[in-house]
Design a protein around this ligand. Structure first.
Ligand code: FES
Ligand code: FES
Length: 156
């Protein structure tokens, strides 16, 4: 599979949950485990162009796939992605536990719909729970990122 742009070849028990594989086998601990029952979205990653909850998949189901985790969202030179910057500037996080999943979900949401309304953002992130209930600023952050990315695209 490809993880964050790097091709990896390894062996694992195919019944291992993908989130455990990423965290324990690959050391990618940015994706969190909040429930293990597919409710919270803390484990959200991007797989083959879709947001998926990595606690709901076995690693065998990800064989050959192209995965992006929160560790792969920033630019290669280490500067923050516009979505990360928007969360930073708009106080889109409190304890930060849900943040990797929120940002990874927002990354895909803004590719599916680059200029979402507030309602579309709320619907788009409805599979991700914030136990700090910081939704107002999370939505504000995604809207700010959408504006920033649209301006960048228009300038290109
Ligand atoms: Fe995967 Fe909660 S840990 S949805
Ligand atoms: Fe604490 Fe969302 S910021 S869970």
């Amino acid at each position: 599979m490809i993880i964050n742009g790097q091709e990896i070849e390894t062996s694992a028990d195919p019944r291992t949950l993908l989130i455990h594989f990423l965290r324990e086998n690959q050391g990618l601990t940015g994706s969190h485990i909040g429930c293990d029952t597919s409710h919270c979205g803390a484990c959200t990653i991007d797989m083959d162009g879709k947001s998926v909850k990595s606690c709901t998949l076995f690693v065998g189901q990800a064989d050959g796939s192209d995965i992006k985790t929160i560790e792969g969202i920033a630019h290669p030179d280490g500067t923050l992605h516009a979505i990360q910057e928007a969360f930073r500037q708009n106080h889109g996080l409190q304890c930060g536990f849900c943040t990797p999943g929120m940002i990874t979900r927002a990354y895909r949401l803004l590719q599916e719909n680059p200029t979402p309304t507030e309602e579309e953002i709320r619907y788009g992130i409805s599979g991700n729970l914030c136990r700090c209930t910081g939704y107002q600023n999370i939505v504000k952050s995604v809207m700010a990122a959408s504006r920033e990315l649209s301006m960048k695209e228009a300038a290109e």
